[in-house]
Design a protein around this ligand. Structure first.
Ligand code: GLU
Length: 433
């Protein structure tokens, strides 16, 4: 990812070095660019470029060997103009305040462009969850939730899963918050198991959203998903569901990857079989009847569509020239940098940005929250149909703006989002004036 230091000093004073992370710099670059497209009020723009509140907590955890290890956790509450803060919780060894702030800014933009009644937030703990036992993860999650107790809640800030966390993590968060407040509060987090107030369809929602968006993008360029060749980077919750739903719609998934490496089969993989293999073996490494390639080779395959569904900063100005995919649909947050988006757009590659492409997760989180508040639950068809209608509408708004302003879809979607935020911020005004 771009690490141009002159650029970073433009954005942050030396006292703000904790915010200086490439992901946040990228978000700020695209916010600036979008602001120009809609002639954003400079006072509004200044406010959009800094988080409203950032919380850092120390989390002492009893480990299995009975020692106590102190972890660091964060929750950044970026903006609450449109409603309660909303966004996931990441467990990863690279989590830091600047990264969480960048991800929280993206959540603000995503929630706004999706038309949801939410502000943006994100949280995380610097840890490698693959090295923690189930008990250690539970202790870590419960103490983190307890430290955040005064700042979260169904009307304040509603966390959800992200990289390294899942429905079990959310169940522990919901239980801890409920125990501490004295009664069951399912609406405090989304992405919970269905048994305790989760929503049908939430687990696969981000991947399904990626596929709905890809179908719409194919339609726009006069093609169909049926028979299209697709490479999927990352086989976690987002990548595996996106691969499965695209496979079910007749696409040929010619390459997939996980942390152990990438595999290629020109005839297309039987995705349910790959999923079963991972369930049994934990990694893709020994998958039969395929060619083993590197992650970089996967990204550069000549395919109809590439779904980067792993981490940020995968396609930068360093490798953008080598990309041969005709379309990129961002399943992860921030996989293609702003500079790389420009290079790809100039080459005619259609990049559908994360803030639309992976919005399915938070859209179904919204449905889960609404169902929890109503204590009335919907069937899966209703959920998926509503998801399709919301995400397709967001795609169309971004697409129309990109044609109107003759810009790439990231800049256009950002502009749609900032326009909504600006209107709401002007109506609410500044307190105190
Ligand atoms: N972590 C997901 C995202 O980045 C989901 C957030 C949510 O559901 O609140 O969009």
């Amino acid at each position: 990812m771009s690490s141009d230091s002159s650029l970073m000093t433009d954005y942050f004073s030396p006292q703000e070095s904790h915010l200086n992370h490439p992901l946040f710099v990228n978000a700020l670059q695209s916010i600036d660019e979008a602001a120009k497209l809609i002639n954003c009020d400079p006072n509004i723009l200044g406010r959009l470029k800094r988080p409203k509140r950032g919380i850092t907590v120390s989390i002492p955890v009893r480990m299995d060997d009975y020692s106590i290890k102190v972890f660091t956790g964060y929750r950044v509450q970026y903006n609450s103009t449109l409603g309660p803060y909303k966004g996931g919780i990441r467990y990863h060894q690279d989590v830091c305040f600047g990264e969480v702030t960048g991800l929280a800014a993206l959540m603000m933009i995503k929630n706004s462009v999706m038309g949801l009644p939410y502000g943006g937030g994100k949280g995380g703990i610097t840890c490698d969850p693959t090295k923690l036992s189930r008990t250690e993860k539970q202790n870590l999650t419960r103490r983190y939730t307890s430290e955040l107790g005064p700042f979260i809640g169904p009307t304040k800030d509603i966390p959800a899963p992200d990289v390294g966390t899942d429905s079990q993590t959310m169940a522990w968060m919901m239980d801890t918050y409920s125990q501490e407040t004295g009664f069951a509060q399912p609406g405090v987090v989304t992405g919970k198991p269905v048994e305790i107030g989760g929503s049908l369809g939430r687990a696969g929602a981000t991947g399904l959203g990626v596929v709905f968006v890809a179908e719409r993008a194919f339609e726009r360029v006069g093609k169909s998903m049926k028979g299209a060749t697709i490479a999927v980077q990352g086989f976690g919750n987002v990548g595996s569901h996106a691969a499965l739903y695209a496979h079910e719609r007749g696409a040929k998934i010619v390459a997939v990857s996980d942390v152990s490496g990438a595999i290629y089969n020109g005839d297309g993989f039987n995705i349910p079989d790959v999923i079963d293999h991972i369930k049994e073996n934990k990694t893709l490494i020994n998958y039969p009847r395929c060619q083993h390639i590197t992650n970089e080779e996967l990204l550069c395959l000549p395919v109809d569509a590439l779904f980067p569904c792993a981490l940020e900063g995968q396609i930068t100005e360093k490798n953008a020239d080598k990309i041969q995919a005709k379309m990129i649909v961002e399943g992860a947050n921030g996989p293609v940098t702003n500079d790389a988006t420009k290079i790809l757009h100039a080459k005619g590659v259609f990049v559908v940005p994360d803030i639309i492409a992976n919005g399915g997760g938070v859209v179904v989180s919204y449905f889960e929250w609404v169902q929890d508040i109503m204590s009335f639950f919907w069937d899966e068809d209703e959920i998926n149909n509503r998801l399709k209608s919301i995400i397709t509408k967001a795609f169309d708004k971004g697409y129309t703006m990109s044609k109107e302003k003759n810009v790439d879809m990231r800049a256009a979607a950002m502009a749609v989002s900032i326009d909504r935020l600006q209107k709401a911020m002007l109506l609410r005004g500044l307190y105190p004036r």
